[in-house]
Design a protein around this ligand. Sequence first.
Ligand SMILES: [Zn+2]
Length: 188
Amino acid sequence: MSISRFEELVASFARLPGVGKKSAQKYAYFVALGDPFFGQNLAHQIEEAVRFLHSCERCGFIAEGEICEICADELRNHDLLCVVESAKDIITIENSRSYDGLYFVLKSTDELLNLERAIEQNGSKELIFALTPGLASDAVMLLVENELSAKLPELKFSKIAQGVPTGVSLENIDLLSLSKALKDRNNI
Ligand SMILES: [Zn+2]
């Protein structure tokens, strides 16, 4: 392996979120020379993941088919629709095992129509906001509620309880606090 090939690999690892130059060098060395079998396997897994995984058309979570396993699961509580900022937040909430409703990933307020469609498709009765607490998410909640309550007067709105500290994203909250925040959610 030429040095430039190695440097290219380091540069690619360094582009991953949260990976600095030093870690990138360690990873590159490990996959190319330390454990080439693992390296091959990892390359294959990445290739397969990129090829087969995409965002669920309904909620934005990770899916292999048109819709994800959560949206397709008829045993889940279709009354509840939890609005989160990213697919990672769904994994966090799923790990807390404190919620059995459905989700919607709201990346921006441009996606209100998609949210409305998800509410209709799922027959949701309550929208639970599980956004990183702060002024920005307060504005998002207000906007969503204003837009939707006119069209869907029966829809209830709630947000996870204040146990979640301001500015701290869901993935950094311990699971116990998260399940409490979901259980003690407040109507808005
Ligand atoms: Zn889905």
